[in-house]
Design a protein around this ligand. Structure first.
Ligand SMILES: NC(=O)c1ccc[n+]([C@@H]2O[C@H](COP(=O)([O-])OP(=O)(O)OC[C@H]3O[C@@H](n4cnc5c(N)ncnc54)[C@H](O)[C@@H]3O)[C@@H](O)[C@H]2O)c1
Length: 317
């Protein structure tokens, strides 16, 4: 298998919103990109996605030799994967399509090359059933747009070999991605489970006439959303506990888990869950004192508000 840092050519199989976004990211990092997409008009759409992304990527800084000209669209899957040191599959979210396509990619890709699927929610166990060598198949779940959002969730299926998960994680890190390597499969992975919980509650509130679309969006953009670029939901609530941190937060607000604040049922707040949350916050914050985290949060909120205001006024000019 190639060293993850020495790959120079990658293949994008399926080149819509996500595959095209991946292609733009790989190109900006200086890779040769070989793409295949059987859809009508796919080549033109892909070119428009890369063209649309390029100003932002240029602003962020391109790798040496990076150019949209390093993109080649091939007429067949076999030609697209020829010479690629990594394959990113981004075909439609349909289990039958994923199963047969991953088997087809596996059949034409040289041994030892890792094949990753962008799936938003299928487990690799259910997608790798038809592949002859399923050990090198992993999920590499990005967020739209993949050329800007750093997160990639990497997880294998029951028949995936550990080296492939580790290889993909190392490769994405080398690309500059923020990688979560998951040890177990979970429908929707981590980020989509969180996002989906919020999304479903938003839909419930609109369906019941409890809140408008505008109220819901303002509630996040001018509310908790401002804290999330620096601290996720756990450290955010760690700070909601004041000097007592997460322990005080859970003891204080634990009873509200029984209140009907959301349609999603809360888990029982056992001693073990409480301890896991408290020790998790300690380790996620490297044991830094609450006052330091508060100062970090406050600086970040001001920076985010200024950045959003500057971006809006630049757009209005
Ligand atoms: N859109 C998102 O926000 C998002 C985010 C993360 C992950 N994903 C995942 O990425 C994958 C692609 O989603 P998308 O939003 O880019 O969809 P899309 O519809 O924009 O693109 C899918 C592309 O796949 C092509 N295609 C159709 N059949 C194919 C086949 N047999 N082989 C190869 N390509 C084929 C289509 O022509 C199209 O260009 C899905 O698995 C989706 O769940 C999407």
């Amino acid at each position: 298998m190639p060293d993850p840092t020495e790959v120079r050519t990658v293949a994008c199989v399926g080149a819509g919103v996500i595959g095209g976004g991946w292609a733009a990211h790989f190109l900006a990092r200086g890779y040769q990109v070989r793409a295949w997409d059987p859809g009508d008009g796919a080549e033109g759409r892909l070119a428009r996605i890369v063209e649309g992304a390029w100003p932002a990527l240029t602003e962020l800084g391109l790798a040496d030799g990076a150019s949209p000209d390093n993109l080649t669209v091939l007429p067949s899957l076999a030609e697209a994967v020829d010479g690629a040191g990594f394959v990113q599959e981004s075909a439609p979210e349909d289990l039958a399509v994923k199963r047969s396509l991953l088997a087809d990619i596996d059949a034409v890709t040289p041994p030892g090359v890792v094949i990753a699927s962008s799936t938003s929610g299928y487990g690799m166990t259910e997608m790798q059933t038809e592949a002859a060598t399923p050990g090198r198949l992993v999920v590499g779940h990005p967020f739209n747009p993949p050329y800007l959002i750093p997160l990639v969730e990497v997880v294998g299926g029951e028949r995936t070999e550990r080296w492939a998960v580790d290889w993909a994680s190392a490769f994405y890190r080398h690309l500059g991605k923020s990688v979560i390597t998951m040890d177990r499969e979970l429908p929707g992975f981590i980020a989509n489970r969180l996002q989906e919980a919020l999304w479903r509650e938003a839909l419930h509130m609109v369906a019941n006439g409890e809140a408008t679309v505008e109220q819901i969006d303002t509630a996040i953009t001018d509310g908790p959303g401002l804290r999330w670029p620096v601290h996720g939901p756990c450290l955010t609530f760690h700070l909601a506990g004041g000097e007592g941190g997460m322990a005080h937060m859970l003891d204080h607000f634990g009873p509200s888990l029984k209140a009907p604040w959301t349609r999603l049922d809360a888990p029982e707040l056992t001693e073990r869950l409480r301890d896991d949350m408290v020790s998790g916050c300690e380790s996620a914050s490297d044991g830094r004192p609450i006052a330091e985290l508060v100062a970090e949060r406050d600086r970040a909120i001001i920076a985010v508000q200024r950045a959003v205001a500057a971006s809006r006024s630049a757009h209005d000019e």
